[in-house]
Design a protein around this ligand. Sequence first.
Ligand code: FAD
Length: 391
Amino acid sequence: ELPPINGDFYELHMKLTEEQRAIQLQVREFMEKEAKPLVNRYWLTDDFPHELIPKFKKLNLCGVTYEGYGCPNLPFLMEGVIAMEIARVDASLATFFGVQSGLSMGSIYMCGSEEQKQKYLPGMQQFDLIGAFGLTEPEVGSGAAGGLTTTCKKVDGGWILNGQKKWIGNATFADVIIIWARDLDDNQVKGFIVEKDTPGFEVEKIKGKMALRIVQNGLITMKDCFVADSQKMEHANSFKDTAKVLQMTRAGVAWMATGCARGAYESALEYTRKRKQFGKPIASFQLVQGHLVEMLSNLTAMQTLVFRLSEMQDADILKDEHASLAKVFCSLRTRDVVAQAREVMGGNGILLEHDVARFVADAEAIYSYEGTKEINSLIVGRSITGMSAFV
Ligand code: FAD
C-alpha cells in the first residue's frame, strides 16, 4: 500500500476552519471532475471552455473577499486557496478566474462609485457579465506606471479614449473592460469601465501563444472611443489607485504559481510510482527521489510563504513589496518545480496528456505577467534599500 499523494506536506490546510476546508475541497472536486477532462483539449485548440462558466457560477465563489453585491466576503486566505486549487489543475482557468474576480471586479470594488458597484458587481459575481483589465500596451509593459500612451480627454458629458491595450485576458468575450489611460490635461492615469459594444472600441484575439492557451488574450484598439462620465471610475485618479489593485492580484498570482507547482509535483510523483525501468518503479531510484524531494521542498516553501502572505493581507499589513516578493519567489520556484516534474517523466513529460507539459508552458506566462521578476524585484529592492532603481 503506497502512501497518499499529498502536495501539502506541512498540512497547512490545518490553518483553515472546517468551513474553509470544505470550500477548498469543493473547488478541488469541481476542478478534478468538471475542468480536468476538458483542459488539454481546449489548450490544444487555443479556445476557452465556455461550458464551464455556468459551473463556475454554481460554485458561487467569485468576488471572494468583497463585502456585498452578492460576494462571499471570505478572508484573503481563501482567495489564495481557491486560486491555488484552480491552478493545481489548470493555470489558464485560474487566470480566467483571477481576471474576473480580482483584476476587473477588484478595480470596480476598490475604485468605483457606489452606483458603479451596484451596476456591475452583482452581474460579474454571477459571471453574467465577464470582465477584463486593460493596462499593458503594445509598447508599454513594465513601464506602465510612467509610460502609458493610451490617452483620455475630458469632453462634454464624458471622455474620449485613444490607444491600444495588449495581452488583455478575457477581452475577446468580455462585457466589461477596465481601461487605464493617461489624462491629456493633468497627465494622471485614470480608470474607466468600457462596455463591449462601445463605438470606437475593438478587440482582436492574440493568436499563437505557447502558454496559458485557454485564456483568451486580446489586442484592444480604441479610436476616438467616447465613454460617458458615468463610466469613469470615481476613485481611479492616479497610478497609485491602479497599484492598489495590482497589490491584491499579485498576491493571488503567487498562490496561482504555487498551485501550478503543486499540480506538477503531484502528477510527477504519481507517474514515477507507476513507471517502471530496470524492473522497478522509477520512484525507487535515489536520483529520482532527489528530484521529488527538491520539488517538494520548493513547493512547501512556497505554500508556507503564501499562507503567511494572506495572513498579512487579512491583518491589513500587506505592502506592495510583500506581494512582489511572493510573486517573484513563487513564480521563480515554480519554473524549477515544473521543469523537474517534466524531467522525471522522461519523454512522456512533453506529452500534453500527462498534464505536466502544460504546467511547464503555463509557468512561463505566470513568470512574466503581473510584473516580471525584474520589476517585482525592483519594488522589493526599493523598499529594502530606500533607493529606486527603476529608471
Ligand atoms: P517588457 O516590459 O518589454 O519587459 C521585457 C524584459 O525587460 C523583461 O524581462 C523585464 O523584466 C525587463 N525590464 C523592463 N524594464 C526593466 C528595468 N527597469 N530593469 C530591469 N529589467 C527590466 N496585461 C494587462 O494589462 N491585462 C491582462 O489581462 C494581462 N494578461 C496577460 C496574460 C499573459 C498570458 C501575458 C503574457 C501577459 C499579460 N499581461 C496583461 C501583460 C503583462 O502584465 C506584461 O507582459 C508584463 O507586465 C511585462 O511587460 P512586457 O511583456 O511588455 O515586457
